[in-house]
Design a protein around this ligand. Sequence first.
Ligand SMILES: Cc1cc2nc3c(=O)[nH]c(=O)nc-3n(C[C@H](O)[C@H](O)[C@H](O)COP(=O)(O)OP(=O)(O)OC[C@H]3O[C@@H](n4cnc5c(N)ncnc54)[C@H](O)[C@@H]3O)c2cc1C
Length: 235
Amino acid sequence: MSPRCKVAIVMGKSDEGGEPHRQQSMVVVPLEIPGVIVQRSTSVFGYDDSGHGGHAEIVYRNVRVPRENLLGELHGGFAVAQARLGPGRIHHAMRLIGMAERAFELMCQRSLVRFPFGRAIAEQGVFRDWVADARIRIEQVRLLVLKTAWLMDTVGNRGAATEISAIKVAAPAMATWVIDHAIQVHGGMGFSQDTPLAEMYEQARMLRIADGPDEVHKMALARREINRFRVAPTT
Ligand SMILES: Cc1cc2nc3c(=O)[nH]c(=O)nc-3n(C[C@H](O)[C@H](O)[C@H](O)COP(=O)(O)OP(=O)(O)OC[C@H]3O[C@@H](n4cnc5c(N)ncnc54)[C@H](O)[C@@H]3O)c2cc1C
């Protein structure tokens, strides 16, 4: 939806009968050509996301582009998507660690200056339990993300596939948990625009879906793990 956006990358089926990973192609489609109809901007978790460019519902009606607009190989769209998604997912995970750290900081600061019923939130046992849990969860994910980055550098994205799926599930779950508790500590203020927490929660929650839902990453991870234990048939 950004006015700076001039082209769309459209991924569609180009060979319905091909191997599952060789059925799709990507084409570059200029937005100003006839038949490209930007229907509307969709909100994200109730927020107008135009600050990040926004997300559009687009109809392509009899749109034609020259053959050279094909991105990469014909029927090779899945490989192009995977090449971009591996590095993209680790960036999401790193940003989620940053978000969780920021929420953690706000939560601790607030706990020291707010005295509901005459006692600092920081002095409440339940709050200390959240602080300990939050720190443990953040550090667990940080180490898993570091391991994933190291594998991507040393054995490549394919060799790090299990860990990339793992962080794509673990990082949004961790950040959502930490931000949720930071909102709780802030009470009503946590829902308002006076802290970045509500928007951070939306971002973290959204990342349990965008770039592949949790269930799909777990399915791929589990498949790879089970395959490690399959015994080759003896002849
Ligand atoms: C804010 C936002 C930004 C996005 N940006 C982009 C973008 O830039 N580029 C892009 O290409 N896409 C983008 N997406 C799309 C995103 O990748 C898809 O929404 C996501 O992959 C899920 O696909 P879907 O919406 O079709 O859900 P579906 O495929 O219909 O899945 C719905 C639900 O079904 C369940 N499910 C699906 N498969 C399985 C399974 N195998 N096993 C068990 N349960 C399953 C899961 O619970 C899942 O959440 C964006 C989405 C959002 C919300």
